[in-house]
Design a protein around this ligand. Structure first.
Ligand SMILES: [Zn+2]
Length: 269
């Protein structure tokens, strides 16, 4: 039986034992509640980094914190925009302070190795700010040995995987919103949440080189997806997820100086 690596599902006593020495890596997924087209659920940006974090935690003896399930405002060119019903976002200040506060709490428990796992493109720089403010506060409190890594999982995709998945050319990560990668990964991790009969078939969205505020909803396909996920499959999803877990576990083991174990989840590689 696999050990439970989810912080929210273990007693405080077990958690305390694991983190008090500072050697255990805590992984914090930071997602969003955001529309992902008519074929995907709105929690993709939460459950994808959380699923990857779980696989990584198993390989590096880490623990996964409950994800931050809301994120910064969806942008038309990367997430469709905040005009879609369902997309529910935080002001940047709120997100920054949530991330800062949670990191400082983990530090208070003894955690000294922490990874922020971004699942929603728009969160990235606000997570950086939350990390920076937390480290500044911790230094003022006399804590100087906290190390934090921030990772956007899609950056761990190899050129080889991109060539294998997008045989007609890679459109870029921005228009991949609710596209081939996210849909494939969801078909692998949570197939019951995907309805392939509802996949939009429209061409990829095209945007001007600038942004306009308030946003113009006419720029965005009414489906909410920025391209078509019609070639998404669970097999491609397994390819992505195994690669992300493998590459991120290797990167974190190196950065945090913790042992790495190969495990059943990715044994098929
Ligand atoms: Zn997404």
């Amino acid at each position: 039986m696999l050990e439970n690596v989810l912080i929210g599902e273990i007693p405080w006593t077990t958690y305390h034992e694991r983190v008090r020495g500072g050697g255990t890596v805590v992984l914090l997924p930071v997602g969003a509640l955001e529309q992902h087209g008519p074929h995907l659920p709105m929690n993709c940006d939460v459950v994808i980094p959380a699923g990857i974090a779980e696989g990584v935690a198993r390989r590096i003896g880490g623990l996964v914190a409950p994800p931050i399930a809301y994120g910064y405002k969806s942008q038309p060119k990367s997430g469709g925009g905040n005009h879609f019903p369902g997309t529910t976002s935080l002001d940047a200040m709120t997100l920054i302070l949530m991330i800062r506060d949670v990191i400082k709490e983990f530090a208070r428990h003894g955690v000294r190795k922490l990874a922020v796992m971004i699942g929603h493109y728009e969160n990235t720089m606000f997570a950086v700010e939350g990390i920076d403010l937390a480290l500044r506060d911790l230094r003022a409190d006399g804590i100087h040995d906290m190390k934090i890594v921030r990772a956007d999982y899609w950056d761990f995709t190899s050129e080889d995987t991109i060539r294998r998945v997008w045989t007609e050319g890679f459109p870029g990560w921005a228009t991949e919103h609710a596209g081939v990668m996210e849909t494939s990964v969801m078909l692998h991790l949570h197939p019951h949440l995907v309805d392939m009969t509802k996949v939009p078939l429209h061409p990829p969205a095209k945007f001007p080189a600038y942004d306009v505020y308030p946003v113009n909803p006419d720029w965005v396909p009414s489906s909410g997806a920025l391209c078509s996920a019609k070639v998404a499959t669970a097999e491609k999803g397994a390819l992505f997820v195994n690669e992300y877990i493998h590459n991120i576990a290797h990167a974190f083991a190196k950065e945090f100086g913790v042992p790495l174990s190969e495990d059943l989840v990715t044994a098929a590689q």
